[in-house]
Ligand binder design. Structure first.
Ligand SMILES: [Fe+2]
Length: 351
């Protein structure tokens, strides 16, 4: 966000946590918008660069389905608060839509970063965790039924949080041991909501119960280890943490996928199931579309397309030569087909 200047054109819509568009694609951003985005803690946005040219990219899920999922997530929470029940048919419909869209985009890598405001009430996080979990499930060879159960569990993994006192979640100061104990109850509370609900499988309910269990048995509430933790919950343990890192950044600074993945790998076999982690790492484009990289030849390039078979070797568009002068017109190199080139670093400075 520090590099965003008035007049830049937004390339990808920023969606708010309750399904409203905060900033649409094609908008010329002004100083007021920039300040507002900073205020609400959006760590970064996608902007267009006319010098480099248009970049085509695929969303793994259409905006329409994403907005519907956000709206369903919000609806469930509102209804649970008001009358302790919700409409499962609407949930199942959106879960079906999400799964069938993700099945058709199974050749895609997760190659875009989903940024959001720091005040996300959790809906955006739930939906994104669901998307990442289903793609991981696809990588594990799950069938449709398994994908839907996983998706439902991922969408509601933190549903128990709504039964906690709201002041606890908003508290700016560190929590007392007693308050901490209350937070640790949210998996059990979520499980109780879901297991009684007709139309929600017990497997999905277990995701809520076990998403804070850790592979080495150091998690909660039960301290289960390895295979004792249901596989769906082992997936969501990975995807939920990854999404929080990359989506929210750290202290309003963008955390890039490769940094988040490095962190996850450090805890492979300790917090996370190493086999699941391996599948997950394979679905994330190490260098997301839109990032500026430097190749071993010294040139600078923009990542324009991900290669499914080679997450670290995307197609790039060279726009600066090794001396830092603009290349006009920019040209593309497919790193998968040109093994003599590789990405040396992500360039964080402005191109
Ligand atoms: Fe949680």
């Amino acid at each position: 966000m520090d590099k965003v200047k008035p007049g830049m054109i937004v390339e990808r819509a920023i969606i708010g946590s309750t399904g409203e568009i905060l900033l649409n694609k094609g908008v010329h951003i002004d100083a007021r918008y920039i300040q507002r985005l900073k205020d609400i803690g959006v760590p970064a946005i996608y902007v267009r660069d006319e010098n480099i040219g248009k970049v085509e990219y695929d969303e793994v899920v259409s905006n329409q389905t994403r907005l519907e999922a956000l709206s369903v997530a919000r609806d469930v929470v509102t209804n649970l608060r008001l009358r302790s029940d919700f409409d499962i048919r609407r949930v199942n419909k959106v879960v079906d839509d999400l799964v069938s869209e993700l099945v058709t985009s199974r050749d895609l890598l997760v190659a875009l970063i989903d940024m959001r405001a720091a005040n996300d009430e959790g809906f955006y996080h739930s939906v994104n965790t669901t998307v990442l979990s289903v793609i991981t499930g696809l990588g594990m060879g799950y069938n449709d039924k398994q994908l839907r159960q996983l998706a439902c569990g991922a969408l509601f993994h933190d549903i128990g949080v709504i039964l906690l006192p709201p002041e606890l979640l908003k508290k700016p100061t560190p929590l007392s041991p007693e308050e901490n104990k209350q937070i640790l109850k949210h998996p059990e509370l979520g499980f109780q909501i879901l297991r009684k609900k007709e139309g929600v499988s017990l497997m999905s309910a277990h995701v809520a119960l076990q998403h804070h269990e850790k592979f080495d048995g150091s998690g909660y509430p039960r301290g289960l280890a390895g295979d004792e933790i249901c596989e769906y919950a082992r997936i969501v343990a990975v995807t939920a943490i990854y999404d929080n890192f990359v989506g929210l950044g750290s202290n309003k600074q963008l955390v890039l996928p490769h940094q988040a993945i490095q962190y996850l790998i450090k805890y492979g076999g300790i917090w996370f199931d190493p086999e699941i982690l391996k599948v997950f790492v394979g679905i994330i484009a190490v260098f997301p579309i839109g990032s500026v990289v430097q190749l071993n030849s010294g040139v600078q390039a923009l990542v324009t397309r991900a290669n499914k078979n080679h997450p670290s070797r995307p197609v790039v568009r060279v726009f600066k030569n090794r001396l830092g002068a603009r290349v006009a017109p920019p040209f593309e190199i497919d790193l998968e087909a040109n093994p003599e080139y590789f990405i040396q670093t992500i360039v964080v400075e402005e191109p």
